[in-house]
Design a protein around this ligand. Structure first.
Ligand code: MG
Length: 367
């Protein structure tokens, strides 16, 4: 019986963690749980799973941090969205907890600081993102296994081939309509701008200790190949399946075993063609910017993320154009200096400075 502390239980990933527990009640138990705000859904979840500890983060952050360090938990599942999730990861790592990480900002913003901290505390970080779960499977669940190249797939988003002029007219509704994956709003917009793929390259760099020169990306429009690994002898392994997050979410709990899910398996009864299309950095300016930031490291990826969080929200609120997400992030980065990253406090500062700059820029844009 694996005891789970779940952070972010009402979000898109959190709900799927609870589905996995429901499917396999003899294998898993929720011992602690948090959600951002109070809601009927959270109340219902508490009733159903009766955790020993639960917390609402917006009104009692201390209690939510206790969930992240809950003594009785074997694994902490961080399904919080955005920069807010980073502090929980730091808390869980310091408490020596195995960390199933759906919060990609932890590795994007925290970078080396997080991987160092995890090493110091002997904590294993388990990937939840479908691409990184795929790589992990291709490596035989061995994060230190040797490889020649990691190849991350991207769907290319709903606006592949659009001109800048066409992108300027994109509405939130169009951008929220992802061609292959069902996800939360923020990550769906980041997938449409392809910033998310830049984040995933940074994540892969941190999780698999891979130099950027060994990470490639390729467009696979139907998202049935979730990523690939090339080995020294030229052999390439791919992990495939229907694009359904319940598989990587549950695998983070059951590894190295695979257990049943409700996902539809791929059907080979009909013709299935799998297409790979080369992807260039220039096609996607936010992807390009994220890679540059990732390579420079320090506090820059954190500033990038903060600017993006503010810009995505403004876009969803109808305040700025889709293309202004890029302009905002670009503006913030062009006025931000890189600092070497040694403490968590620096991340908080980099985050709030970049948010402030992004807000000022958006205010000017929308005037
Ligand atoms: Mg992904």
């Amino acid at each position: 019986m694996k005891k789970i502390a779940l952070l972010g239980s009402t979000g898109s990933i959190g709900v799927q963690v609870l589905d996995a527990v429901r499917r396999h009640p003899n294998s898993f138990k929720i011992v602690a749980m948090s959600a951002y705000g109070e809601s009927k859904v959270f109340t219902r979840q508490i009733k159903e799973f009766s955790p020993e500890l639960y917390a609402v983060a917006s009104t009692n952050k201390e209690a939510a941090l206790e969930v992240a360090a809950y003594e009785d938990a074997d694994i902490v599942f961080n399904a919080v969205s955005g920069f807010a999730g980073l502090e929980y990861s730091v808390t869980a790592i310091k408490a020596g907890k195995t960390l199933a990480l759906a919060n990609k900002e932890t590795l994007v913003c925290g970078g080396e600081f997080i991987t160092r901290l995890a090493k110091t505390h002997g904590v294993e970080i388990i990937p939840v993102d479908s691409e990184h779960s795929a790589i992990w499977q291709c490596l035989g669940f061995e994060k230190q296994a040797s490889f020649k190249k990691l190849i991350l797939t991207a769907s290319g988003g709903p606006f592949r081939g659009y001109t800048w002029e066409q992108l300027e007219k994109v509405t939130p509704k169009q951008a929220l309509n992802h061609p292959t994956w069902q996800m939360g709003k923020k990550i769906t917009i980041d997938s449409a701008t392809l910033l998310n793929k830049g984040y995933e390259v940074i994540e892969a760099h941190e999780l698999y200790n891979a130099p950027y020169s060994k990470i490639e990306t390729v467009i696979q429009p139907t998202s049935v190949v979730h990523s690939l690994v090339e080995f020294a002898d030229g052999s390439v392994m791919a992990q495939m399946g229907t694009p359904d997050m319940q598989i990587p979410v549950q695998l983070a709990l059951t590894y190295p075993k695979h257990m049943s899910t409700a996902a539809q398996p791929l059907s080979f009864k009909k013709a299935l063609s799998v297409e790979f299309i080369p992807m260039t950095r220039k096609q996607y300016p936010l992807f390009d910017l994220a890679l540059t930031c990732g390579k420079e490291g320090g506090t820059l990826p954190c500033a990038l993320n903060a600017a993006d969080e503010v810009a995505v929200k403004a876009f969803l609120d109808g305040k700025i154009k889709f293309t202004d997400i890029y302009s905002t992030v670009e503006h913030v980065l062009s006025t931000t200096e890189r600092d070497e990253l040694v403490s968590y406090k620096q991340l908080e500062d980099a985050d709030s400075n970049a948010r402030w700059k992004a807000q000022k820029f958006i205010y000017k844009l929308s005037k």
